[in-house]
Design a protein around this ligand. Structure first.
Ligand code: ZN
Length: 187
């Protein structure tokens, strides 16, 4: 039975249990966008009959430290781990979306490829793709014991990206594509 960890990326308790972590702040607030996106992904997976382990998807009552969420997902033997973010850069010139996976892990690469195919089909005319990137630093990629993918959907300071991120319909399309990608990988 599949169990998918859906990590909102930021929100209550991410860095310190008593603190709200807003993530990047630019023309939009990262944690507000990722709450919407993670909630949509969570609901769609459940609607399609797939059990989820939501991490920080909600208000203060969902507060959970980053390492603790990862530890629980490992203990629960989640089948996949998906973390959603919105990017930022110091120059404020970045735009587009990208995927992050742990280095040299074929299973995470497959998951990322499935998500890429679905999401790229859905948004290729709207938002540019920056690639599938490997990390040996990002905790949700490195410390998780199942195929894991971190999605950076646009940049908080890109007017072009933010125009899209402010649209519920765009986020809904992205959530559907991400869910379809996860489901392709679970087949
Ligand atoms: Zn983030």
């Amino acid at each position: 039975m599949a169990l998918v960890a859906v990590d909102r990326g930021h929100g209550w308790g991410n860095k310190f249990l008593w603190l709200y972590d807003s993530g990047a702040v630019g023309l939009v607030v990262e944690a507000e966008i990722t709450l919407l996106l993670a909630s949509m992904i969570n609901i769609k997976l459940n609607y399609d009959g797939i059990e989820t382990f939501p991490i920080r998807v909600g208000g203060k009552e969902t507060a959970r430290l980053l390492w603790r969420g990862i530890q629980l997902a490992n203990n629960k033997k989640c089948s996949r781990y998906v973390s959603v973010h919105v990017n930022s850069d110091i120059q404020k010139s970045g735009e587009g979306w990208e995927l992050w996976i742990r280095k040299d892990d074929i299973h995470s690469k497959l998951l990322a490829s499935r998500i890429y195919e679905q999401l790229n089909n859905t948004i290729k005319d709207k938002m540019s793709f920056r690639g599938i990137k490997e990390t040996d630093v990002l905790q949700v990629c490195v410390k998780t014991q199942m195929p894991a993918c971190l999605i950076e959907l646009g940049f908080v300071n890109s007017e072009k990206d933010v125009e899209l991120l402010k649209s519920i319909s765009f986020l809904n399309q992205c959530a559907r594509a991400i869910v379809n990608g996860i489901k392709d990988d679970l087949k």
